[in-house]
Ligand binder design. Structure first.
Ligand code: HEC
Ligand code: HEC
Ligand code: HEC
Ligand code: HEC
Ligand code: HEC
Length: 259
């Protein structure tokens, strides 16, 4: 019986943690800022032109078959001579969420890419825009997806697919410069469905009811919690009034901080 009580208390505190993490994801304070803070990898930042960026992300551009084969140094000099600069960037912000990739794999939400900020800190358009279409009238800085589409194309075995193109170039440079994220969560936020439609609770529900409701779908997360350090922690508490040096305090032993 005692065991059951402990379990209930635990589940309540577990759901509090989850609720906190969900509510902290609402876009409020940072809304409208031009760029997110460098350490803000979550999706709680929304750009001013978010709707436009989402629309661009969904576009599939025509495939470019013939490209000009020139060496990197030559291309770099050419773009520098053309004096292409941050001022020539119309889209300071991209969401990368290509339907080409998503039809094979769609575990994550769109990837945020601060284009102008990158161009300014890298200082070289050709570091990313490394090839151009053979068509003289085409844009020097054509989108990656114009040349990188499917992950295998028998006519162009030398070209990597779009997902690999991004991963190799984005992470490759971050690794080389020792700046920018290389961990998955640095670029990816897991797709979490809107829980407004999921959670069915009455008016003013009690903590235990809330926990039960979450566990309807998250039973495994509840079980995992039981063997996690968040549940099992305990330790000496020399500064706790009346318990000085006497007891090992913690969720596990004295059910402290269990709400
Ligand atoms: C530097 C940024 C960056 C990092 C770090 C990164 N990715 Fe990606 N990833 C991207 C981009 C950009 C795309 C393409 C997004 C699109 O167009 O849909 C992508 C696409 C994907 C996709 C396919 C799209 C989807 O929604 O499922 C998967 C799966 C994926 N990445 C897994 C990973 C994993 C696993 C890691 C860690 C080992 C990782 N990525 C690290 C940038 C990154
Ligand atoms: C860190 C890599 C990086 C750098 C540096 C960079 N870009 Fe980009 N650029 C991108 C990516 C990624 C896209 C979006 C590609 C896509 O949607 O497939 C893009 C898209 C563009 C587009 C839109 C192309 C279209 O067809 O709509 C233009 C224009 C552009 N870049 C210009 C520039 C200029 C000018 C510079 C240099 C001042 C520059 N970029 C530097 C990565 C970069
Ligand atoms: C005009 C066509 C074109 C565009 C636009 C283009 N690429 Fe490429 N890319 C190529 C070709 C061709 C190759 C094969 C190069 C080879 O044979 O080594 C390639 C190869 C790559 C490779 C493999 C390794 C390497 O660096 O050679 C990566 C990664 C890559 N591209 C990423 C990107 C990204 C990211 C973008 C957008 C910022 C982009 N590419 C835009 C044509 C293009
Ligand atoms: C040529 C080098 C280079 C390439 C290519 C590159 N990055 Fe970065 N990236 C950087 C540098 C340098 C920083 C840190 C500088 C800064 O914060 O201004 C950075 C920072 C970041 C950050 C964290 C700060 C922020 O602006 O949100 C993200 C996320 C990121 N890059 C995503 C990407 C994605 C996605 C791609 C591929 C489409 C990419 N990067 C390609 C150099 C690069
Ligand atoms: C009707 C089913 C359902 C209910 C009820 C539900 N969820 Fe979810 N939840 C999901 C699904 C589906 C996902 C996405 C898949 C996943 O990550 O497991 C998810 C994802 C999450 C995530 C992100 C997990 C991660 O790995 O990033 C959190 C946090 C979360 N839920 C918290 C809660 C909380 C707190 C409650 C109760 C107030 C709750 N959920 C109730 C279905 C539900």
């Amino acid at each position: 019986m005692k065991n059951k009580n402990i379990k209930t208390i635990l589940l309540v505190s577990f759901s509090f943690v989850l609720v906190l993490s969900i509510t902290s994801a609402t876009p409020q304070s940072a809304y409208g800022a031009k760029t997110p803070k460098a350490d803000d990898v979550s999706d709680n930042w929304i750009a001013e032109d978010q709707a436009k960026a989402s629309k661009r992300a969904a576009e599939v551009v025509p495939f470019v078959d013939k490209v000009v084969d020139e060496c990197r140094l030559f291309r770099q000099q050419k773009l520098r001579k053309m004096k292409l600069s941050v001022n020539d960037i119309d889209n300071s912000y991209f969401l990368l969420d290509s339907p080409i990739i998503n039809k094979e794999d769609d575990q994550y939400g769109p990837v945020r890419f601060m284009h102008s900020k990158h161009a300014a800190s890298v200082g070289d358009c050709s570091a990313c825009h490394h090839y151009r279409p053979a068509d003289e009238n085409a844009l020097e800085t054509t989108r990656c997806s114009a040349c990188h589409q499917e992950s295998f194309m028998s006519d162009h075995p030398e070209r990597v697919g779009l997902k690999a193109a991004y991963h190799l170039q984005c992470m490759g440079c971050h690794q080389e410069m020792a700046e920018g994220p290389v961990d998955c969560i640095g670029c990816h936020v897991k797709k979490v469905p809107d829980h407004a439609d999921f959670v069915k609770l009455g008016v003013n529900p009690g903590a235990i009811e809330v926990t039960k409701e979450c566990l309807r779908c998250h039973a495994n997360a509840g079980e995992d919690m039981l063997s996690s350090v968040h549940w099992l922690w305990e330790g000496p508490s020399p500064y706790t009034l009346c318990k000085e040096k006497k007891i090992n305090h913690g969720k596990r032993s004295t059910a402290i901080n269990n709400y």
